[in-house]
Design a protein around this ligand. Structure first.
Ligand code: ADP
Length: 488
């Protein structure tokens, strides 16, 4: 089965969030299931730099710009897969980020930049590469969401289907909406701009194009698949998602064992596993020293690794910080995003440098040290399609404390008297409120300090989490099933 994965980021070459982790791990996992997988990416500088021995597959003028576009093919360094890269310097070779400039302003031609990605994906199901033709086109997030629409339009024109199309929503909140007057620039039939198509409240929605035209839809957890069919989390698309419920599945993301495994992780100072946790204690001591925190093994260290965005619920964390430190806990954060939130966390750290440490920025290596050295990881999201950091926490014996929402609800089992000896792996709270978060934190302290138990109960939960497996093999198997269904 020839499978094309169309997406805008891939770990380790270019990453702004969890999408890159998925794109970096899924191809090899599908390959292990027997699929012949290639990735399609825009030629951002970091992607082109990582393309080894590129061969030119085609050169042409696209409908989106008079300058020629080249399609290159090669191995993607560090990705364990090969891929096509759309080399369109007029669109992709820019000094800012992949979606926005240095000042965080979205590029004004994003509709063209990402229409091109979807358009090339659809062409790879035809004859763009004479030696390889996609039978399944799997498009990820709004950036690649027009691929199913272009495939649909071509199928209409030719009278037969070119490839099965799958569209995966990694986050429904980022939709790729553009002013209606751009529709004529997208090289799609005029009739596609309507309620039964790409039109969304008078605008063009790339996300809706994916949701409307793909043969099969997936999102990254079963609970999120349910949540997005209701108005609260449906971002205005819940009606369409309900209509398409029979074609929608939730497939949980996995953890890439080659990147996130405390027994083999070269980015952490001491390696460990569930049987021998002494390495984790050493990682904690090293982290406390690195961050200038009190070097106290008995102070439970809470961490956060996150984009600082409203979605992540970190305003709640800011409010409960005094409660954590008053009970003798410590807190360390790695994140960047909202400037107000960055400033608030920074000043909390300045006020209590022995108990709170904050690093603003994006630092893949430090993320490993922070997760390995902490005792708990906080993920109190307002909504969370899957969430990866709680999965890394589970793997690293860093007990997750999460809100019961989306993929967090699917992956962490709350600790109660009943679940402690059975299936508890973390702490879970329901209401999006400081009271509910605080109550969960109190329960975490209670387990940490349970009298007479010398932390045995804590380690029970910790070790059980480390033993749970969210591997990509399982996810790949599910995707293969969905591809097969879409092909029939
Ligand atoms: P989202 O995609 O919504 O940002 P996920 O939990 O799905 O959230 O994925 C986030 C990914 O980005 C994880 O791999 C996490 O470790 C990483 N990450 C987030 N913020 C940072 C940061 N400041 N530095 C390093 N890695 C980060």
């Amino acid at each position: 089965m020839h499978v094309l994965q169309a997406c805008a980021e891939i770990y380790p070459l270019l990453k702004t969030g969890g999408l890159a982790d998925v794109a970096g791990a899924l191809p090899a996992a599908l390959g292990a299931q027997g699929a012949d997988v290639r990735v399609l990416l825009p030629g951002f500088p970091a992607i082109l730099d990582g393309l080894e021995s590129p061969a030119q597959v085609a050169e042409w003028v696209s409908p989106f710009d008079p300058a020629p576009v080249r399609l290159l093919y090669g191995r993607l360094r560090g990705c364990d897969c090969s891929g096509y890269v759309v080399d369109a310097p007029q669109f992709y070779r820019r000094p800012g980020g992949p979606y926005a400039d240095e000042h965080h302003h979205p590029y004004p031609d994003n509709h063209l930049r990402f229409a091109l990605l979807g358009w090339v994906a659809a062409r790879l199901a035809q004859n763009l590469d004479p030696y390889w033709r996609a039978e399944v086109v799997h498009a990820h997030d709004w950036h690649a969401a027009l691929a199913p629409a272009y495939l649909h339009a071509e199928a209409d024109r030719l009278g037969h289907r070119l490839a099965a199309s799958i569209y995966t929503v990694h986050n429904l909140a980022y939709q790729g909406t553009f002013a209606a007057h751009h529709f004529g620039e997208l090289a799609l039939p005029a009739r596609y701009f309507q309620v039964h198509g790409l039109e969304f409240h008078g605008q063009i929605s790339f996300m809706k194009g994916g949701l409307y035209y793909a043969d099969r839809l997936t999102t990254v957890s079963p609970t999120y698949a349910d949540e997005i069919q209701a108005p609260e989390q449906g971002c205005g698309l819940d009606g369409l998602l309900r209509d398409r419920a029979a074609s929608l599945s939730g497939v949980l993301n996995g953890v890439d064992d080659a990147v996130w495994n405390p027994a083999q992780d070269s980015l952490i100072p001491h390696r460990y596993d569930a049987r021998r946790l002494v390495g984790k204690a050493r990682c904690k001591a090293a982290l406390q020293a690195e961050l200038g925190l009190a070097e106290d093994p008995d102070a439970p260290l809470f961490c956060v690794v996150s984009r600082l965005a409203e979605q992540k619920g970190l305003a709640l964390v800011q409010q409960v910080l005094p409660r954590i430190t008053a009970q003798g806990g410590q807190f360390a954060l790695l994140g960047s995003g909202d400037p107000g939130m960055e400033a608030a966390f920074r000043s909390a750290a300045q006020a209590q440098p022995k108990a709170i440490a904050v690093r603003i920025g994006y630092d893949e290596t430090f993320a490993h040290r922070l997760i390995a050295g902490s005792d708990l990881i906080l993920v109190p999201s307002r909504f969370e399609p899957c969430g990866l950091t709680q999965l890394y926490g589970l793997r690293y014996g860093t007990v997750p404390l999460v809100r019961r929402v989306g993929g967090l609800a699917d992956t962490v089992v709350d600790t109660t008297l009943e679940s402690l000896d059975h299936d508890a792996t973390g702490f879970v709270f329901d209401d999006f409120s400081t009271d509910a978060l605080e109550a969960a934190i109190r329960r975490a302290f209670a387990l940490w300090r349970r009298p007479g138990r010398r932390r045995e109960d804590w380690q029970l939960v910790q070790r059980r989490g480390m033993a749970t497996r969210h591997d990509w093999g399982l996810a790949a198997e599910q995707y293969m099933g969905i591809y097969s269904q879409a092909l029939t």
